[in-house]
Design a binder for this molecule. Structure first.
Ligand code: ADP
Length: 158
């Protein structure tokens, strides 16, 4: 049976931290589905179509990586896609506390699902999408935090 992992998140926008988690998880799974949760009550800064497009550009040379969006529960999306693993990244103890709760609730809802955590690279630990959004909003340089392939697109988006 194929080992499929879902990497769920907002990716608003994708950062070097997300990119590295996917690249480092590739040897562990046959397929990784990067799944943007399209959450009705969480308004995004960048539109869904753009976030999907930028993920597609970053991972276009990786045949084992697929990019999707979904609404509803992550566990339901996993079942629909025959994924038995949820992939998440951990930066800090604050991440851990949040992820512990979500991971345990997901396990409660579907005991066949395992959440797999990768620690962030040291250099990626301070990177997060909300800081990137703030820098972008005030016209600052986001290039240190964004995968090279999409810096121009994201920087120039308005
Ligand atoms: P969410 O809205 O679910 O927090 P994000 O898009 O912010 O989604 O993050 C998706 C996943 O990527 C989460 O597991 C998060 O911890 C991880 N992540 C975010 N930024 C980094 C980073 N700089 N290094 C490693 N993992 C990260």
């Amino acid at each position: 049976m194929k080992k499929i992992a879902v990497f769920p998140g907002s990716f608003d926008p994708i950062t070097k931290g997300h990119e590295s988690i996917v690249q480092r998880a590739l040897p562990l799974f046959d397929e990784i589905i990067i799944a943007i949760g399209d959450n009705a009550d969480k308004k995004s800064y960048f539109p869904l179509e753009k976030r999907l497009e930028w993920l597609d550009i970053v991972f276009k040379d990786f045949p084992n990586v697929r990019v999707e969006s979904y609404s509803g529960l992550t566990v339901d999306f996993c079942v629909k896609n025959k994924a038995e693993f949820i992939l998440r990244g951990l930066r800090t103890s604050a991440d851990f506390e949040f992820e512990r709760r979500v991971g345990q609730v997901n396990k409660y809802m579907n005991h066949k699902l395992e959440t797999v955590f990768l620690l962030s690279n040291v250099e990626d630990t301070p990177i997060n999408s909300s800081v990137v959004r703030e820098i972008h909003n005030y016209g600052g340089d986001i290039s240190p935090f964004i995968p090279e392939r999409v810096v121009k697109q994201i920087q120039n988006w308005q």
